[in-house]
Design a protein around this ligand. Structure first.
Ligand SMILES: [Zn+2]
Length: 580
């Protein structure tokens, strides 16, 4: 008996000694750094599971489930966040932005959204007070689709605001200048010409606008340059603004190698608060262009890590609705010609590449392991891209696995949607443009075009993976930047199809709240081949999440755009806390 008892004691001691470190490691591995409990967590997993708690360890999701399930992972040092019923969503992936451009622009001059010619005049008056006389005043970009008057200001209206400084207002590839501005660039009232451009006159022969002439104009207004450290600090500030609206990952949609290096430096210094996938844009015309460029980069799609990653190559196939050169399936006609101050009513927009050129560069990139995306806005532009891709597909059927992305694709047509689906093509498109531009599209292009504009319903019903994003270019205000980047404004548009004026164009384009949220989470993750690590809150995925101030799924529709972010977590760390 004694023997036996001793035996058991010995056994227990042996187990304790041999097992001690093992147990400790196992225990440590199951202790969370942070747990969030008592919430409504939309995991966005394949079953759209909603849970109340999530545990996080080492920047990853350790577990999701009930409060009781997750409290098992609480240890002495675990931070416990009581959500008190608040909604949590996966970190938002903004599939289209130009954060480095925003950062540079912010160093140049603050962007202000100007919606009427009176507001433009007031802004000029304010600027004139702060700048020495004679200094150029450049009005922040204000598109004529968004200005109430739907036109450029006249030289006389600009004179009414300022005669002491040369003033320039540029929209739709045409500039309006005040009298001093015209004199400074050498344009006389009566006659004359301008290098690389054209003087547009009204019926009485007065100068109305300068078309083109961008390099001539730039000689008077050279672009400012900034030290790398300044750009870097400004970029970090942009990222913090993103975190404040729940953005945890971005696609830089038109960068170069310098931008990539800048991001890598931020990563190395531990200063990144968003993850970045970069799109490399260049004017690729031939297979040799693609080979030379990608050889210089020495990387390909998918290279990098969870912070800084190589995305696709990009070309700019057509123009846009703001510039007046989106490539359409029909002639612009009198209305559009008058609006954009063009001349030829048979004009259909600009197509920058032949089908043959596109086929050649897509094929070359594909062979080298690259994904592609194209800036393409008009419906005929989209068809041209799909024709080229179809030609590549004939020799290389596996191009369908490359998740080619149409960027913008404003006016989906059902046969193009079907073709895109067949070729494995994805879309990133901009509900924030619908919010601000659809009234002008309805007036100038017509109601049928407005009903297709940013047609999320058509894309999703056609089975095309679709990401929504802002195409953020300048300004830091989430709702009033060029372009608005507030994800909740995008969800509002996707769900309600209401624009800034409260009008609905194309009821059929409305999508459900969950489908809309997928366009900001799982779909962009799919576009960048990162569905295994982000886009949803599941065990093993990155701990990027957002705590909201109200329930996205049940709040009134008119509240969706007003949702505020309470906290944003990236890599298991809170990078934004709105309660402070
Ligand atoms: Zn863009």
């Amino acid at each position: 008996m004694i023997k036996s008892s001793r035996f058991f004691t010995l056994l227990a001691t042996a187990t304790l000694i041999a097992g001690a470190p093992v147990v400790t490691v196992a225990q440590r591995a199951s202790v969370a750094d942070t747990v969030l409990v008592c919430g409504k967590i939309l995991t966005m997993d394949s079953e759209d599971r909603i849970v109340t708690a999530v545990a996080i360890r080492d920047g990853h999701v350790l577990a999701t489930g009930s409060d009781r399930d997750v409290r098992r992972f609480v240890g002495d040092d675990t931070r416990v966040v009581e959500l008190k019923g608040k909604t949590v969503i996966p970190g938002i992936i903004a599939a289209h932005c130009h954060a480095v451009g925003v950062a540079r622009n912010a160093l140049d001059q603050p962007h202000v959204e100007l919606l009427t010619i009176t507001e433009v005049q007031d802004w000029i008056r304010g600027r004139a007070k702060s700048l020495p006389a004679g200094t150029w005043i450049r009005v922040p970009r204000a598109d004529i689709t968004r200005l109430k008057e739907r036109r450029h200001p006249t030289p006389r209206e600009l004179d009414a605001a300022c005669t002491t400084h040369p003033v320039i207002f540029t929209a739709a590839r045409k500039s309006a200048l005040n009298s001093l501005g015209l004199k400074t660039i050498g344009v006389e009232a009566e006659a004359g010409s301008i290098p690389g451009g054209e003087i547009v006159r009204d019926s009485e022969g007065n100068v109305r606008l300068i078309a083109g002439a961008s390099s001539h104009l730039r000689t008077f207004m050279p672009r400012p340059s900034f030290a790398t450290e300044q750009v870097q600090a400004s970029l970090q500030n942009v990222h913090q603004h993103y975190n404040a609206v729940g953005i945890t990952s971005i696609f830089e949609r038109a960068g170069g190698i310098d931008d990539f290096v800048l991001y890598r430096r931020l990563r190395d210094q531990g200063k990144l608060t968003v993850r970045m996938t970069q799109t490399f844009r260049s004017d690729f015309r031939t297979a040799e262009d693609v080979t030379a460029y990608t050889k210089r980069l020495g990387m390909k799609t998918g290279d990098g890590d969870q912070w800084v990653r190589v995305g696709p190559l990009k070309i700019t196939v057509d123009g846009g609705i703001h510039w007046g050169n989106t490539y359409l399936s029909e002639p612009y006609g009198e209305k559009r010609i008058r609006f954009y101050v063009h001349k030829d009513p048979t004009y259909r927009g600009d197509l920058n590449y032949s089908e043959q050129q596109m086929t050649e560069v897509f094929r070359a990139g594909h062979k080298l392991g690259w994904q592609w995306c194209c800036h393409v806005t008009g419906d005929a532009g989209v068809d041209a891209v799909l024709d080229a891709l179809e030609a590549v597909h004939r020799d290389h059927p596996n191009i369908a696995s490359r998740r080619f992305s149409l960027t913008h694709a404003y006016f989906p047509a059902l046969d193009s949607v079907a073709c895109a689906k067949q070729l494995g093509v994805c879309v990133d498109t901009q509900p924030s443009l619908y919010f601000k531009d659809s009234s002008a599209i309805a007036e100038v292009y017509g109601p049928d075009w407005a009903a297709r504009f940013i047609g999320l319903g058509d894309w999703l019903r056609g089975g095309v993976p679709t990401a929504i994003a802002g195409d953020h270019m300048m300004g830091l205000d989430p709702d009033h930047a060029m372009n608005a980047y507030n994800p909740f404004l995008m969800l509002h548009v996707a769900v309600t199809r209401r624009n800034r004026e409260g009008d609905v164009h194309g009821e059929r384009q409305r999508i459900s709240r969950l489908a809309a949220l997928r366009c900001l989470t799982t779909s962009p993750a799919y576009l960048s081949f990162e569905g295994e690590i982000k886009g949803s809150l599941e065990k093993g995925k990155l701990a990027d999440l957002v705590v909201l101030d109200r329930d996205y799924l049940t709040c009134a529709e008119d509240q969706i755009a007003k949702i505020q972010v309470v906290q944003t977590m990236v890599d298991g760390r809170f990078v934004y806390d709105g309660r402070k």
